[in-house]
Design a protein around this ligand. Structure first.
Ligand code: GRF
Length: 203
């Protein structure tokens, strides 16, 4: 199973996914990393691991459609079968969602990790939201991706307690530890499910 990871920043989930492909927990190959900002941590992690990297700066394209068409060409060129958004800070348009749609799965072959329960918070700052609104618990959710903001069907979810006295940093550290376990597990289960299905390669 050839996976592409799309990222915009630090890349700790990318690093963890790469680790689990090496240990065998995840029997898949990260065959491509796409970043939309040059110089981000994820790019350095991919380079260090010798993974092919495509930098597609969204600011270098006239519109979202042109940016996504460039990404789709890269996915097709690398024979990608599953796309993993790991801190990718862009909402996908119907074009890319449709490009990876798998009729047998009834979903696009795109998954995301969201640092909250999307039923309670959608957006990029899940841990900040939990602290700012005084939550006593929050969640980490792995979900299929559609064209909405964190609206896709959940695959796996785990509760993350918010302890009294937590700061953004302490909560984020606890949440990331959960992310780094939950994301590879969810991917392992999905890859197993897809292996029994008709091959569907981005083209
Ligand atoms: C994670 O908290 C993830 O849940 C969210 O963006 C963050 C990415 O972190 N979507 P990293 O780049 O994987 O370290």
């Amino acid at each position: 199973m050839r996976i592409a990871v799309l990222a915009s920043g630090r890349g700790s989930n990318l690093a963890r996914i790469l680790e689990t492909t090496r240990t065998g927990l995840l029997s898949a190959e990260v065959a491509l990393v796409v970043v939309n900002r040059p110089g981000v941590g994820a790019e350095a992690i991919a380079r260090e691991a010798g993974i092919p990297i495509v930098v597609e700066d969204d600011r270098a394209h006239p519109d979202r459609g042109a940016h996504e068409r460039a990404i789709a060409r890269a996915l097709a060129a690398h024979g990608i079968e599953l796309v993993v958004l790991a801190g990718y800070m862009r909402i996908l348009t119907p074009f890319l969602v449709g490009f990876l749609y798998d009729p047998e799965l009834g979903q696009s072959r795109i998954v995301n990790i969201h640092p909250a329960d999307p039923a309670r918070y959608r957006g990029p700052d899940g841990y900040g939201w939990a602290i700012a609104t005084g939550q006593t618990e929050t969640a980490v959710t792995v979900h299929f991706v559609d064209e909405g903001l964190d609206t896709g069907l959940p695959l796996r979810q785990e509760t993350v307690p918010v302890e009294p006295g937590d700061t953004l940093d302490t909560l984020r550290a606890r949440g990331l530890a959960v992310e780094h376990r939950l994301f590879p597990e969810a991917l392992r289960d999905l890859v197993a499910r897809l292996k029994g299905a008709t091959p569907c390669v981005a083209s």
